[in-house]
Design a protein around this ligand. Structure first.
Ligand code: PLP
Length: 387
């Protein structure tokens, strides 16, 4: 038998599977006192407005007239209209026909990069969300890592040929948000290189005012960009699974291929989940999301203050549910995360997992209830790792 050789380019397990192994060991020692700030999964429940809408949709489905079978593969009109309105309320024009509803950004990123010819050259600024590099290796693309500067801002490698660029703002793991000027440079680069920007807005709800929350705010971006968004983090849909991408009409061939691909490989997202998504975009849903995002961002600030009290340097990005910090002198990311889990009962993610080759950073996720964050902050503040 002959399997896809590209699988051999991947490490044995995805980074977060490795963390789960560390967690299992630490659990034996710490039991219920273990604090999991490793994987970026949300821990707070769904908003009531979402649950009510989904229950209503499910009840409809028990009636002959309300039953729904397969969803249209790019999503129901009611959700696409709400998404287009959400954009227009923020001053960005996106047409319903440019929206593709999907079951989350992780799968979608694989699909979007899959629109390119295999062997494409993909620029991936580091540190970055690990699934993107792996998806491209699996697709047979060449990944060109570009280090961000000391403030975790990536700049375009003018003069380097590429077919696509992955950008994420605010970034996982650093939390850095890209401003208008930096994004404009990337748009200019993409146009001159004839490359497509795949803009990951999985955390766009966490952006502070003043930063562009969509690549389409940048002049000419529609000529070269696809935007990928998710309901996972702001609305708590990591388990339900819902997202969307925007492929502008200017990239008509990409849109055509995307539709063609969906036609043969997926049958859409469940009606009930899409109704949940609709309620997210209602006034009440958006209000709840803003409160939730503030809660997670405040959590991150509590963790940052604890690290600051220990003299640790962290990425300045405060538009994010993550804290990305430098390990103390003398520790690698692996050894420091090992120490945190063994001595403090705190699970963290080593920076290497985000393709940060130096291996001197670690990431804490702030997606937990406040009690967990205070406990983690106390343990970090009281610990002396020099001993
Ligand atoms: N993009 C980034 C930058 C992420 O950090 C994540 C998840 O952590 C995703 C995409 C995937 O999100 P989803 O839950 O929509 O698949």
């Amino acid at each position: 038998m002959k399997y896809n050789e590209n699988f051999r380019k991947l490490s044995d397990s995805y980074v977060f599977a490795g963390i789960n192994a560390r967690k299992a060991t630490a659990k034996e020692k710490w039991g219920d006192k273990l604090l999991d700030l490793g994987v970026g999964d949300v821990k707070l429940p769904l908003f009531p407005v979402v649950a009510e809408e989904m229950k209503k949709a499910l009840d409809e489905m028990t009636t002959p007239s309300g039953f729904k079978g397969y969803s249209p593969s790019s999503g129901y009109d009611f959700l696409k209209e709400a998404i287009a309105k959400d954009y227009s309320d923020k001053g960005v024009t996106v047409r319903k026909s440019e929206i593709y509803v999907n079951d989350g950004a992780k799968d979608e990123l694989y699909d979007i990069f899959g629109l390119l010819n295999p062997d494409s050259r993909i620029i991936v600024p580091t540190p970055c969300y690990p699934a993107v590099a792996e998806a491209n290796l699996l697709l047979g693309n060449e990944v060109i890592y570009v280090d961000s500067d000391e403030d975790f801002i990536p700049y375009p490698p003018f003069g380097t040929a590429a077919d696509a660029v992955y950008l994420c703002s605010p970034s996982n793991p650093s939390g850095t948000a890209l401003d208008y000027k930096t994004l404009s440079l990337w748009v200019n680069y993409a146009i001159s290189a004839n490359a497509v920007i795949v803009f990951d807005g999985a955390y766009s709800d966490f952006l502070s005012d003043g930063y562009p929350d969509s690549i389409f705010r940048i002049p000419n971006a529609k000529r070269c960009s696809i935007e990928v968004r998710s309901f996972s983090k702001g609305y708590g849909f990591t388990g339900l699974r819902l997202g969307y991408s925007v492929i502008p009409e200017e990239l008509s061939e990409a849109g055509k291929f995307k539709k063609r691909k969906s036609g043969c490989t997926d049958n859409g997202v469940s009606y009930v989940t899409q109704r949940g998504g609709l309620s997210c975009l209602s006034d009440e849903g958006r209000r709840e999301m803003k409160k939730r995002v503030k809660y997670y961002k405040d959590n991150a600030e509590i963790l940052r203050q604890a690290l600051k009290s220990k003299g640790l340097k962290y990425a300045t990005g405060d538009d994010s549910p993550y804290v990305y910090a430098r390990c103390p002198e003398g520790f690698s990311d692996e050894s420091f995360c090992g120490l945190l889990s063994d001595k403090l009962g705190i699970i963290a993610t080593p920076g290497k997992g985000f393709n940060q080759q130096k291996g001197d950073y670690f990431r804490l996720s702030a997606f937990s209830p406040r009690k967990t964050i205070f406990e983690a902050s106390d343990r970090l503040s009281e610990f002396n790792w020099l001993k």
